[in-house]
Design a protein around this ligand. Structure first.
Ligand code: C2E
Ligand code: MG
Ligand code: MG
Ligand code: MG
Length: 279
């Protein structure tokens, strides 16, 4: 009996791996045609300045509506898209969408910036600068209204090259932020060289912010950011306790479910009518 059970278990396990593998292969294949089949949309999540009690900006977060699997999270498909290279046209599409939307909000009097997540592949493509410049021109958007989010892991690839590319892009007036700060291979040592405007404190710091050790770390990051003249944004802000701790520690810009989840444009527009937007 036990042997049978063990065997069954083994089969089940094996089957699961098989299913995950099959799904991955399916997604990889389907990703190749997802753009032309209009299966992506961009959700926008607000960033809120609590001191000014006003909107700070939005982050563009891509969503994939798979015809059979439903919404597939970016956490699942972005790594696959990076592997095959389709992340490049996808990112281009997200930047275009974000710039177009930002321009549309501007025309309605909402003048804040929109940020887009980059992938290392864009830096390796060799024409990120041209891409960004082209989209800004096409959408007729002021460059300071576009922000690009990079992560700590990207700078491991070729720091000098990334610095050069970021310098060119920032010379356009485009802003750059370091996403998920504090979780990657500590990039503190390169903060004096990497040309950025903003640090985004990873959600992990916000989650259990009530511990004194977390306070010490957040406090140090915020002090350092101020000295370096960087903005600090806290991710994953879900309740008033988070807000109280963060403001006490000197962080005044928040992103998280407390203020708003990533939303479709129509929802954002509804959300905007409920919030006091400084123009
Ligand atoms: P990220 O850039 O750090 O984005 C923030 C993620 O945290 C989003 O997940 C957002 O929905 C989630 N989030 C925001 N507020 C809260 C909160 O209060 N609580 C909790 N628990 N979660 C919160 P999402 O949309 O699933 O995106 C996951 C990651 O996928 C992003 O992390 C980003 O690294 C990547 N990603 C999303 N869109 C793109 C894209 O267009 N291009 C690339 N290259 N990566 C993208
Ligand atoms: Mg991000
Ligand atoms: Mg982030
Ligand atoms: Mg994060």
């Amino acid at each position: 009996k036990a042997k049978e059970l063990g065997k069954n278990r083994y089969c089940l396990y094996d089957d699961k791996i098989g299913k995950a593998e099959i799904r991955k292969m399916e997604l990889e294949k389907d990703l190749l045609v997802a753009l032309e089949n209009n299966q992506f949309y961009v959700a926008y999540q607000p960033k809120w300045n609590v001191r000014k009690n006003s909107l700070y900006g939005f982050e563009a977060l891509v969503r994939w509506e798979h015809p059979r699997h439903g919404i597939v999270s970016p956490g699942e498909f972005i790594p696959i898209a990076e592997k095959t290279g389709v992340i490049i046209p996808i990112t281009k599409w997200v930047i275009e969408n974000a710039c177009q939307q930002c321009k549309a909000w501007q025309d309605k009097g909402v003048t804040q910036a929109v940020s887009v997540n980059l992938s290392i592949r864009l830096f390796q493509s060799g024409n990120l600068y041209e891409l960004v410049q082209h989209v800004l021109e096409k959408e007729n958007l002021a460059p300071h209204l576009l922000e690009l989010e990079i992560t700590e892991s990207m700078v491991l690839y070729d720091l000098d090259d990334i610095i050069l590319q970021l310098q060119r892009i920032r010379s356009l007036g485009v802003r750059v932020s370091m996403d998920d700060f504090g979780t990657g291979y500590s990039s503190i040592g390169i903060l004096d060289r990497i040309p950025i405007d903003t640090l985004k404190l990873d959600r992990l710091f916000t989650v259990d912010i009530e511990t004194s050790k977390k306070h010490a770390i957040i406090n140090a990051i915020i002090l350092m950011a101020k000295d370096l003249k960087l903005d600090v944004i806290a991710e994953g802000v879900e309740n008033e306790e988070h807000i109280a701790y963060l403001t006490q520690l000197g962080c005044y810009v928040m992103q998280g479910f407390y203020y708003g989840k990533p939303m479709k444009v129509e929802e954002v527009n509804k959300w905007l009518t409920t919030m006091p937007v400084t123009r």
